[in-house]
Ligand binder design. Structure first.
Ligand code: SF4
Length: 445
């Protein structure tokens, strides 16, 4: 839990020696509380202060890294609501397979999982994990499918079986994949933890209720098991949402470490709408891993888009790199259009320009990710600002044409832009990107 400045001050030497750069220990403590300083700046901090502040600095939801290089990060959340700061580790999406499925279906699903990719504002997303569940009675087929899924997709697995022997064999067969051994209970935890350690996997623990989970996770944490994920009891959606909220609140506000773990949810059923509702609830409310029961591109696209929204810092707009972007193979005489570096604005404008078929340049100055009117109101999209940026990228060496089109929403900057970019003809474009095509037909026909 976060400590107040006054509580931190009590842990400091209180000599006000100023060596940390602050005038008093209290001032330094306030900086520590606001995370604007490091305790290391005080050479006289006691071991007790280091221990207490170190523990307080740990995120209340434990971080777990999956994947061969630990690249799939879960947990490390510090807030209950994203508007308080932001959620940091996007919910991992997995697709489930079992060894009893027809061979053609297994093959097609593995290929679909491996190849699925969706582009959202310049970043590419796909399926994060493959879940392998043993549903038949032949463990060797389960183990073989786990191995095949790892080799075909190269993604960490969720291994799930009621048979600890089969889980052990599968875990060892995909050693180094940074996978998750799921369905671990109080009965088999002692047998499966050494397997997880030996093969570099995490443990997914479960129990009949939240109390049972607390007992089990506490026991494993105290024994030194670091990479833990919990599976909440299988209840109705409403009850599970309630449990997830209780667990997260207990971890964040009550400091209950055994509940400060990412959780995994296995979705079931065939109804696409039901699956979408459940997955949406999990993504919005604390789901660490959501296992979809089958591959469905439309469901994945919707959930990845939702995830992108939920796990984006609400205080930081998504931006594209400032620069001069070519549209439809422009030449030196092609006109230049201007917009801001707010991703949504950029993709709308560039998309409409591409649709028009006009060869053009798109000039995108640094506007701190603000939309056109907001950037203009903040003084980041004035004529002088655009001219300065154009000069900084030496636009006149790249473009010999001297036509520049500004968004209609900021028609008032045209005079200033003409003054600061002498020799350029400034045209005022439409207010909405959707009207660019008509504007282009009229002006550049
Ligand atoms: S260096 Fe340590 S003891 Fe000195 S003023 Fe800063 S916090 Fe206090």
């Amino acid at each position: 839990m976060a400590l107040s400045g006054l509580k931190i001050q009590k842990l400091l030497p209180r000599t006000n020696c100023k060596e940390c750069g602050s005038n008093t220990c209290l001032a330094f403590a306030m900086k520590l509380a606001a995370k604007k300083a490091e305790l290391a700046a005080c050479p006289y901090a006691s071991d007790e202060a280091k221990r207490v502040l170190g523990a307080a600095a740990e995120p209340p939801v434990r971080g777990v890294k999956l994947g061969p290089d630990g690249g799939l990060k879960l947990g490390e959340e510090t807030v209950l609501y994203r508007h308080e700061r932001s959620f940091v580790s996007p919910t991992a999406l997995a697709v489930d397979l079992d060894e009893t499925l027809p061979e053609a279906q297994i093959e097609a699903t593995l290929a679909a999982i491996r190849d699925y990719a969706i582009d959202r504002v310049g970043d590419v997303y796909g399926v994060d994990m493959v879940s392998i569940t043993q549903r038949g009675s032949r463990p060797e087929q389960f183990v073989a499918l786990a191995k095949r899924a790892w080799e075909r997709c190269g993604k960490p697995l969720v291994l799930r079986s009621a048979d600890p022997q089969a889980l052990t064999r599968a875990a060892l067969a995909v050693k180094g994949s940074g996978s998750l051994i799921a369905g671990v209970t109080d009965d088999n935890a002692d047998a499966l933890w050494p397997v997880a350690q030996q093969s570099g996997h995490a443990l997914g623990v479960t129990a009949a209720d939240l109390d049972g989970l607390v007992v089990l996770t506490r026991r494993l944490l105290e024994a030194g098991c670091q990479d833990l994920i919990m599976e909440l009891p299988s209840l109705s959606l409403a009850e599970r949402l309630q449990l997830a909220s209780i667990a997260r609140r207990a971890a964040l506000e009550g400091g209950v470490k055994p509940l400060g773990l990412p959780h995994i949810a296995f979705l079931e059923g065939d109804d696409l709408l039901d699956l979408a509702v459940t997955a949406t609830t999990e993504i919005c409310k604390y789901g660490g891993i959501v296992v979809l029961p089958r591959f469905d591109a439309s469901l994945l696209a919707a959930m990845l888009t939702l995830r992108l929204n939920i796990f984006t810092d609400p205080q930081k707009p998504i931006q594209v790199e400032p620069g001069l972007y070519p549209i439809v193979e422009p030449g030196p005489d092609s006109p230049v259009f201007v917009t801001t570096n707010f991703s949504l604005t950029y993709f709308l404008v560039s998309g409409e320009l591409e649709n028009s078929g006009l060869s053009a340049w798109l000039l995108v100055p640094e506007c701190e990710g603000m939309s056109v009117l907001t950037a203009w109101a903040a003084g980041k999209f004035s004529g002088a600002h655009i001219a300065r940026f154009a000069k900084s990228i030496e636009i006149e060496d790249k473009v010999q044409g001297r036509t520049i089109v500004i968004p209609g929403l900021v028609a008032q900057i045209s005079g200033e832009l003409e003054e600061t970019m002498p020799g350029w003809q400034v045209l005022v474009g439409p207010q909405q990107a959707a009207d660019l095509e008509g504007f282009i037909k009229t002006r550049f026909g």
